[in-house]
Ligand binder design. Structure first.
Ligand code: SF4
Length: 229
C-alpha cells in the first residue's frame, strides 16, 4: 500500500509496511500496519526485516488514519498493528490508536476494532504504566515473545505462550469466540506487491519452508526472505 507522504505534520510512526485488506491477523477484513524496529530478537521470527529501527520509513499518523478511514468506508472490520515492536514507539502508537478511535466514531463504525501485537510479556506490560496506558487504547492486545519451541493452533498467535487479551467491551464481544479457537491450518494470506511477496498471518513451524518449496517447484524463487538470518 502506498504510504508516501508529504512533510509530516504531527506524530510520525516508523513503519515497515502497510497492507489492506488483510484477513489473517484478526477477525474480518482489516488494515495492517507493521511498525519498524524490534529489539527482542525472538529466535525464528518471520519478520526480521522489521528489527532495524533505521529501516522502513516514517509515515505520519495523519496519513495512516486517512488509510484507516478509507478502509472503514470500504467496510474494513478492524485495524491490526503488528511489527516490529509497537511499544518501541509508544507516543506515536498512542497517537495512532487515539486517532483511529476518533475516525471510527466519525465514520459511524464503532464496531471496527483495534488490535495490537506486542512481544512484551503480560508482566512487562503490567510493570509499565506507560505501556498500559498506550495499550489501553486498543480493544485487544496479543502479548508475548514468539517462542519457536511452543507451536500452537490457537488462531492469530505464533506460539502457545502468547495471550489474546480483550480490553474493552467491543474487544470482549469481538474476541471472546476466538480466545481458545484453534485452526487445523493457520490462515495465511499471500499479497504480491511490486517488489515483494508478503505472507500475512502466523504460520506453523515448517510452513514457510513448505511454501518456499511449493513455489520453487513452480519456478518461483526469491533473492532473499525475511525469516532467515
Ligand atoms: S516475533 Fe515479534 S517480538 Fe519477536 S523479534 Fe519478531 S517482531 Fe520482534
Amino acid at each position: 500500500m502506498d504510504v508516501k507522504d508529504g512533510p509530516p505534520d504531527g506524530p510520525v510512526l516508523r513503519v515497515s509496511q502497510v497492507l489492506g485488506p488483510i484477513t489473517a491477523l484478526g477477525p474480518g477484513r482489516r488494515l495492517g500496519v507493521w511498525v519498524q524496529g524490534c529489539p527482542l530478537a525472538c529466535a525464528g521470527c518471520m519478520s526480521r526485516q522489521t528489527w532495524d529501527p533505521a529501516g522502513g520509513q516514517d509515515v505520519s499518523v495523519e496519513r495512516l488514519v486517512r488509510l484507516w478511514s478509507r478502509g472503514l468506508a470500504d467496510g474494513y472490520d478492524g485495524l491490526t498493528v503488528s511489527g516490529g515492536e509497537p511499544l518501541e514507539q509508544p507516543e506515536a502508537l498512542g497517537a495512532l490508536l487515539a486517532a483511529a478511535d476518533r475516525a471510527r466514531g466519525e465514520a459511524d463504525r464503532p464496531d471496527a476494532d483495534l488490535l495490537v501485537y506486542t512481544g512484551w510479556e503480560d508482566a512487562e506490560v503490567a510493570a509499565s504504566p506507560r505501556a498500559q496506558a498506550v495499550l489501553g487504547l486498543a480493544d485487544a492486545v496479543i502479548t508475548g515473545r514468539y517462542r519457536a519451541g511452543e507451536p500452537t493452533r490457537l488462531v492469530w498467535r505464533g506460539s502457545a505462550n502468547q495471550n489474546l487479551n480483550p480490553q474493552t467491551p467491543l474487544g470482549h464481544r469481538r474476541y471472546a469466540p476466538h480466545l481458545r479457537r484453534r485452526a487445523e491450518r493457520p490462515d495465511l494470506q499471500v499479497r504480491v506487491t511490486e517488489d515483494a511477496v508478503h505472507i500475512v498471518g502466523v504460520p506453523m513451524p515448517g510452513e514457510l519452508g513448505r511454501l518456499e518449496r511449493e513455489w520453487a517447484a513452480r519456478g518461483v524463487t526469491f533473492r532473499e526472505n525475511t525469516w532467515r538470518p
